[in-house]
Design a protein around this ligand. Structure first.
Ligand SMILES: [Zn+2]
Length: 209
């Protein structure tokens, strides 16, 4: 998900074990096939996964995001990162790595205006459960079952959707979705230039010759 303010990256690296400088990887955008795929579970953590996690935090921070799923930088794996600490309301939030998540139970429902680094410049109201019980593994591949509500429940569900090939615009009311179709077409045609690097998908590049 996107957020308006810049994350303090120094705070992030001291809060995680990822202290190296990682690469900023261009973000895949709406209509890229990788965003419609069902991502594969991770079998464990190795050096390449640790590097990927570091690059995900770096790419998310660079794009001023609060959540990023691995498919958004071209890796179809069930892995996502979240850092809400750039939001005024969540300054003390710790960065979080979530691997192979499975929602066990949901409670309540609420509406919230979502945005997505893969759908630059577009926001729209999505109704989702307001609290979830989640089974997942952390960056050490250790298992957890925790309950989340508020912003964490919202961002987790948005990012988990990415692992199943679903974007927030797919969950919008059909009438609302029609109103943003021109903006979506502009992204698909490569006519959008956000303030962070995006991966031009093969179809769009071909179409431009
Ligand atoms: Zn997203």
């Amino acid at each position: 998900m996107a957020a308006g303010l810049l994350t303090d990256f120094r705070k992030l690296v001291t809060a995680t074990k990822f202290q190296t400088v990682f690469m900023i990887i261009p973000i895949n955008t709406y209509s890229d096939p990788v965003l419609s795929m069902k991502a594969k579970p991770l079998k464990g953590i190795d050096a390449s996964i640790e590097e990927l996690i570091g690059s995900m935090f770096e790419s998310m921070r660079n794009a001023e995001g609060i959540g990023l799923a691995a498919p958004q930088i071209g890796h179809s794996l069930r892995l996502l990162v979240i850092d809400l600490s750039c939001m005024d309301s969540h300054k003390d939030a710790k960065p979080m790595v979530v691997i192979n998540p499975r929602i066990l139970a949901v409670k309540g429902r609420n509406a919230y205006d979502e945005g997505c680094l893969s759908v630059p410049g577009v926001t729209g109201e999505v109704v989702r459960p307001s609290a979830i019980q989640l089974h997942y593994r952390d960056e050490h591949f250790e298992e957890h079952t925790d309950e989340f509500s508020g912003m964490m429940a919202r961002v987790l569900q948005h990012e988990i959707d990415h692992l199943d090939g679903t974007l927030f615009v797919d969950r919008m009311d059909k009438r609302d979705r029609r109103k943003i179709q021109n903006e979506l077409d502009a992204i698909a045609d490569g006519r959008t230039t956000p303030a962070y690097p995006i991966a031009r998908n093969a179809v769009a590049v071909e179409a431009r010759g």
